[in-house]
Write a protein that binds this ligand. Sequence first.
Ligand SMILES: [Zn+2]
Length: 242
Amino acid sequence: MSTDRTHLRVSGLDVEVVRKSIKNLHLGVYPPNGRVRVAAPAHLNDEAIRLAVVTRLAWIRRQQAAFQEQERQSEREMVSGETHYFLGRRYRLDVEERPTRPKVEIAGPSRLRLTVPPGLGRDEREAVLYRWYRHQLRERLPSLLSKWEPRIGVEVADVRIRRMKTRWGSCTPEAKRIWLNVELAKKPPNCLEYVLVHEMVHLIERRHTDRFRALLDRFLPLWRSLRDELNRAPLAHEEWAY
Ligand SMILES: [Zn+2]
């Protein structure tokens, strides 16, 4: 597929334009700085692209503001009173210092209690929370895998959970291995299911082709709204912004 990359200036925004042989224009805003990229059909002229950007300006600004918010969130100090997310809900963090094993627990409808030995630094406190996030995700995997493996007709050899900057998930089809972003623990539960199913479908169809989308339509008819839910969040899976 031949591509042609240019830049346009639209209402003070720098827009990267990639022209290729596709039918529809796709517009995306990407981390970490809110870069704006348009994939446009080869025949579309600059004016048509400008218009498409202008009509989505409010949405673009919202996405960029969300990235800035994410930037602020990532600089959190891991102290009491901060907002942290789990399964799509907001929690207030309560840090308790006690000479005991570090642990995290849900303490009431909107409290997340982090118990740590005195003197534990910010990064170590965060590591305790992320270890808990990973554990929570891992606990939900067996039932999801046993639900979806027979339906999709694939076997997953291995699911690994890690922090990723730009993706919610990825896979290595040769090894039947799936990688999930630990940040999914902060999202509503059905987001994990969507990302897992998305990556499992990649084990039978590598690219985001019509066949890929048809398979998702069959397995998870509401996948588009789940994708949008994830894309509303700062971390966007670049390939999902069709
Ligand atoms: Zn994908």
